[in-house]
Write a protein that binds this ligand. Structure first.
Ligand code: DP6
Length: 337
């Protein structure tokens, strides 16, 4: 079966010029309405649409340079990686989409990436990493003028589903699409400003994840009896969350985002064997938040495939949040836009 992303690259390549150095930046993102479960694992095609907020200056800078010494090289945060490390292997496999998967006449590349996400925030960077790598590869192979951002988002999806949403700042919606070749499964920005919108990361466990989100979602889809209700509920949540964002109805948005995240975690806890990313410390933070909310705090939580808790709130609650949660790392998603 033909793949839409690969076809886009082939078509653009036919018009493109020789390879050159190119660099790109992409922000990381946090889903307010989660992507959890694939209908096609090879293409990262989701079972439901999702909606995220990008993390402004927290993201990945990537430069792609045609290598001078004829060998591939991958550098992360200034350190040269052995090419058989998972990070280097994944980056080079993705680059093969652009330079030929059959190994013949490959252009040797130096892929240099650095993340601006504080390590202490414990946020994975595959979303910003693959989004920045897609844009840098498009630049390096002269495809940037031949592909739209939406088409680049479709290509970034092959690296990691959540990368689909990291091509833009602000709120971004990834429509699940219905086509088998993935041609209608890409993201689009909502193109709206909400300067008061804030996110805080409450780091709980900043080490590597016990299970990747990929393994976690595949295991949940395969074994959790609660998963059956997820795709329809998640699709409805995504729609309702988009409506709340457009109306800048913060409490509706927050309540929906928190319920959506907890429902996703419930599907995992029912998996066999159970999968739990949240720890007692995560639950303690949620209890603290829920208590403060009873007392009037307007803030809501969301959690991904890790123990960290992320809060969403509006600028006027910042002092309350940093007082209650001194460890909070506050992000202003619209500050630099
Ligand atoms: C819980 O995008 O990391 O963060 O497509 O397999 O690379 P792959 O998965 P990934 O999954 C993200 C899962 C999530 C929810 C979300 O970001 O929507």
């Amino acid at each position: 079966m033909n793949d839409a992303a690969k076809q886009l690259i082939r078509d653009a390549m036919a018009k493109a010029s020789a390879s050159q150095t190119a660099s790109a930046y992409a922000p990381s993102n946090i889903a307010l309405s989660k992507y959890w479960g694939k209908r096609d694992r090879a293409r990262n095609l989701p079972l439901n649409s999702s909606l995220s907020i990008s993390l402004a200056e927290w993201g990945s800078h990537t430069q792609v340079v045609p290598s001078k010494d004829g060998r591939d090289r991958v550098t992360l945060g200034g350190e040269d990686l052995s090419l058989d490390t998972p990070f280097a292997a994944k980056a080079l496999k993705f680059a093969d989409l652009f330079r030929g998967e059959d190994g013949s006449a490959k252009t040797p590349l130096w892929i240099e990436t650095s993340n601006t996400i504080p390590t202490a925030a414990g946020l994975a960077s595959s979303a910003s990493g693959f989004a920045a790598l897609t844009q840098a590869l498009c630049g390096a192979f002269g495809l940037s003028d031949h592909l739209s951002e939406a088409q680049m988002s479709l290509i970034a999806r092959l690296g990691s589903g959540s990368a689909t949403r990291s091509l833009w700042h602000g709120f971004v919606r990834w429509d699940k699409g219905t086509q088998e070749d993935g041609s209608d499964s890409f993201a689009q920005p909502l193109n709206l400003q909400w300067p008061e919108f804030r996110i805080a990361i409450l780091p709980v466990d900043v080490g590597p994840k016990s299970h990747s989100s990929r393994d976690g979602m595949n295991h949940t889809v395969a074994t959790s009896p609660l998963f059956a209700s997820w795709p329809d509920q998640a699709e409805a949540d995504c729609q309702a969350i988009e409506t709340a964002v457009r109306a800048q109805d913060f409490d509706t948005l927050g309540a929906l985002a928190e319920a959506n995240a907890l429902a996703m975690h419930a599907t995992m806890q029912a998996a066999r064997p159970a999968l739990s990313y949240l720890t007692t410390e995560s639950w303690a933070l949620l209890d603290q938040l829920w208590q403060a909310r009873k007392e009037g705090l307007q803030a809501y939580a969301t959690m991904d495939a890790g123990a960290n808790v992320k809060l969403i709130f509006l600028g006027r609650s910042t002092d309350d949040i940093t007082h209650l949660f001194p460890q909070a790392q506050v992000i202003e998603p619209f500050k630099t836009l």
